[in-house]
Each structure stands twice: as C-alpha cells, then as structure tokens.
Design a protein around this ligand. Structure first.
Ligand code: HEC
Length: 155
C-alpha cells in the first residue's frame, strides 16, 4: 500500500513536470491572438499613387488604410488584402466594378449608402458605412484608400 502510494505520487510529479515544461514551450504561440478575431494590420508598404483625385491627400489614404482594417470593419467582408472574400464582399483592388464607376465620388457614395441584398451579386448586403459607426470624414478617408488600391498608377 505504501509502495503503491509512493509510486503514484512520483508518477504524478513526473507528469506535472512534463506538463509544465511542455506548456511553457507551447504558451508562446498560443498567446498570439487568432488572426480573424483581431483587426487586420494595415497594408505593409502601402503605395500612395503620385496623383490623387481633387480633395484627396496622401494622409487620407494612410488614415483610410487604418480605418479599412479597424473601425470601418471593411476587412471582415472584403478581406485584409481587399481582394474579396467568397460570398461576402468583392475584390476592391481590380478595376472591375459593379456598383461604382471607379471614380472617387462614386466610392464615397457607395461606402455611405452600402448595397441592399437584392442589388448584391453575392446576395449579402453591404450595410451603410459597412455597418460601422465611422464619421463622414472617415468614409472619405477609407474611400481614398480604396481608390488608391485600385488606381496604383494615379489619376
Ligand atoms: C457586411 C459585409 C461588408 C462590409 C462590412 C463592407 N462591405 Fe463593401 N461590399 C459588400 C458587398 C456584399 C458589396 C457588393 C458586392 C456585390 O454586389 O457582389 C460591397 C461593395 C462595395 C464596394 C463597391 C464594389 C463594386 O464593385 O462596385 C465598395 C467600394 C465597398 N464595398 C467598400 C467597402 C468599404 C470601404 C467598407 C468599410 C467601410 C466596406 N465595403 C464594408 C460587403 C461589405
């Protein structure tokens, strides 16, 4: 009985030690937040086109980058790279448009108003401002970002 008990305690210690060592080794990556749950990082090395539409500044494009991947929650439907997600939002980087005509103004209007489900090719609606609470100025900035993404050569 006493041998049995000793053996059990020893075994428990070994398991605990192994568990601790293993946990510490695995803790590091586990602390990284899961990519989907966190705002996606802004575009690395964002290229600002040399010429921008009237009223658009390079600062607006940079702010729009942050808004797209943060407060504007655009990335949740259009993807962190803005290339679209299946059955959600479409690719915003190519020059093929459905609801806008490629102009900066049309992008501001689209982001303000969104797209109702019956007009969406995916059947998914885009709520006004993407369903976020961004301000008019933030809408203009995120439109500047989308314009810049889709017009790398500028005006
Ligand atoms: C809930 C999902 C959702 C969110 C969030 C969302 N969108 Fe959209 N977006 C859509 C859908 C769906 C469409 C229409 C796609 C279609 O018709 O297939 C669309 C269309 C667009 C278009 C027009 C594309 C075209 O081809 O004409 C632009 C520009 C756009 N979104 C920008 C944004 C921006 C900027 C944000 C963030 C403020 C945003 N969207 C947030 C779902 C979303």
């Amino acid at each position: 009985m006493s041998f049995h008990r000793h053996a059990w305690v020893t075994a428990a210690c070994v398991v605990t030690l192994a568990g601790c060592g293993g946990e510490q080794a695995q803790q590091q990556p586990a602390e990284e937040p899961p990519a989907a749950a966190q705002p996606a990082p802004a575009t690395p090395g964002l290229a600002i086109p040399a010429t921008l539409p009237p009223g658009v500044t390079a600062d607006m494009v940079r702010q729009g980058d942050e808004i797209f991947h943060g407060a504007g929650i655009c990335f949740t439907c259009h993807g962190a790279d803005a290339k679209g997600l299946p059955n959600l939002g479409t690719d915003l980087t190519d020059p093929q448009w459905i609801h806008v005509d490629g102009s900066y103004e049309s992008m501001v209007n689209q982001i303000m108003a969104g797209t109702p489900a019956e007009k969406s090719t995916t059947g998914t609606p885009m709520p006004p401002r993407g369903g976020s609470t961004i301000t008019d100025d933030q809408v203009k900035a995120v439109a500047a970002y989308v314009w810049a993404l889709s017009h790398p050569g500028g005006m």
